[in-house]
Design a protein around this ligand. Structure first.
Ligand code: DX5
Ligand code: ZN
Length: 219
């Protein structure tokens, strides 16, 4: 894991030319962020297992799957079988966080825990030892193209400090509203894996958009 990685979110890609969009950014990114929404936990529906299984055939990128679904425990196996590498579920959607992380790891995958911006940040502290990835949501999950919420940077710093305190090497990731105006503060606060949808896909040169974001964060 480099000090900084961009995980482009295909939510903002052109689904009619999905592999073309992925190939544009592939040389500059290790991770690909896959947003799965169920219309229950979030008021939107997106992609699921069949799409992930299909794109798995055409790229070796690390699949960073973000499950925005109620009852994630029911769907871990199919997402693992589809080729996801990191499987991240919402802390708000499970009452057995440790068990779910163990289940993901038992399938040979990395376990991620995501936290909604309205959930007090301390809620996640007891579960950090079980996480391979922690995803701080900096928008209310459900849609791309929203603005980075006030207070997100402080939430990143607090979790960064907790991870360092327990000696965890879990990846700290942030998702929502990451662009040329916000990436530096999120990275400086300790996020290493920065999810970006609308700041990458739909841009005239999508590869350059990734390179520009990295350069901006490291300035
Ligand atoms: C939102 C998703 C995000 C989304 C980010 O619920 O989890 O991954 O694609 O989009 P931007 O980068 O446009 O805020
Ligand atoms: Zn996401």
């Amino acid at each position: 894991m480099n000090d900084i990685e961009i995980a482009p979110s295909i939510l903002s890609a052109d689904f009619g030319y999905l592999m073309k969009d992925i190939k544009d950014i592939e040389p500059f990114c290790k991770f690909l962020h896959l947003d799965v929404m169920d219309g229950h936990y979030v008021p939107n529906l997106t992609i699921g297992v069949p799409v992930i299984k299909t794109i798995r055939k055409h790229t070796d990128m690390i699949f960073d799957c973000h499950l925005m679904i109620t009852d994630p425990g029911k769907y871990i196996e199919p997402f693992a079988a589809a080729g996801c590498d990191y499987i991240t579920f919402h802390i708000e959607c499970s009452d057995d966080i440790e068990g779910l992380c163990n289940k993901i790891r038992a399938l040979g995958k990395k376990a991620g825990i995501a936290i909604h911006p309205d959930t007090p940040i301390e809620t996640i502290y007891p579960y950090l030892p079980y996480a391979d990835l922690v995803l701080i949501m900096s928008v209310r999950p459900g849609f791309g193209g929203q603005s980075y919420m006030d207070g997100s940077t402080e939430r990143i710093s607090l979790v960064r400090a907790e991870l360092d305190k327990i000696g965890s090497d879990a990846i700290l990731s942030v998702d929502g509203g990451i662009n040329m105006s916000t990436i530096k503060e999120a990275h400086d606060a300790g996020a290493k894996l920065l999810v970006a949808g609308s700041a990458v896909f739909g841009k005239e040169d999508q590869g350059k958009a990734v390179r520009d974001l990295i350069e901006c964060a490291l300035q």
